[in-house]
Write a protein that binds this ligand. Structure first.
Ligand code: UDP
Length: 237
């Protein structure tokens, strides 16, 4: 069933499905990178946790009516997804200040944003994923004005759903990154992954960081934290 390797990124491999051009297999790797690939490490088991957590998130979003590329989890580290052509824009939603916005704009960590902020970044490793505005996004992608507006609105809707989803397991959704892709019917749908690699999650009681910042900031055992998130989600849902 698994066909040739099409693409290998920092956190996932993408495989063809033999005899099937409308689906792909995503294989989650154990590698972790931060600061545009400068900091690297591998954690046995990380791929499994991200696959299982991301699968739960996509199932939840599907139940809430959000269309995505996700079909189903195939095994511990792999997912079957609809084939999309990824739009080279990373959409970040921020509820609370953390990470790059604290450095770029001097906003102290923990400052709350109401309404949440939506930011666009050009997905280009060579350029270090620079922040861009809507006009740049139109120039650099094939998104129409309406499609770009819809992507930003959908990101905010997803923020509401995911804030509730994580709140149920006592986690605050601080910020997260989404990627969208164009499917074979020409529609723009949510793609890529939603995991502790791509979200900031803080424990509601202790404020403990329970996401990739544990790796970025050397705060402790990344695997234990990812396992704890999966355990919390499995206990509830
Ligand atoms: N993020 C991501 N991939 C990227 C850049 C950011 O998944 O290439 C996520 C990151 O985990 C965080 C949010 O997007 O949840 C905002 O990231 P930020 O701009 O603060 O960058 P960072 O400081 O994490 O590099």
């Amino acid at each position: 069933m698994k066909g040739e390797l099409l693409y290998e990124g920092k956190a996932k491999q993408v495989f063809k499905v033999s005899g099937n051009d409308s689906q792909l297999i995503l294989s989650y790797k154990n590698d972790a990178t931060a600061f545009n690939g400068i900091k690297k490490a591998s954690f046995t088991g990380k791929g499994k946790y991200n696959n299982l957590i991301s699968s739960k998130v996509f199932d939840f979003l599907h139940a809430r009516g959000v269309k995505s590329h996700f079909e189903r989890s195939l095994n511990e580290t792999e997912q079957l997804v609809k084939r999309t052509k990824i739009v080279p824009v990373e959409v970040v939603v921020r509820n609370i200040a953390a990470g790059s916005i604290t450095r770029r704009l001097g906003i102290p960590e923990k400052v709350e944003f109401a309404p949440p902020l939506v930011e666009l970044y050009f997905k280009d490793d060579g350029l270090g994923d620079p922040i861009i505005n809507d006009e740049h996004a139109r120039l650099l992608t094939d998104l129409s004005e309406q499609e770009l507006a819809d992507v930003k609105t959908t990101a905010l809707v997803i923020n509401q759903h995911l804030s509730e989803f994580f709140s149920e397991v006592n986690l605050t959704l601080v910020d997260f990154k989404l990627e969208f892709g164009r499917n074979l019917n020409g529609e723009i749908i949510l793609s890529d992954e939603v995991s502790p690699d791509t979200c900031r999650l803080w424990d509601k009681d202790t404020g403990e960081k329970m996401d990739k910042d544990v790796f970025r900031e050397d705060l402790g055992d990344l695997l234990k934290v990812y396992e704890a998130i999966l355990n919390r989600l499995e206990a509830v849902k």
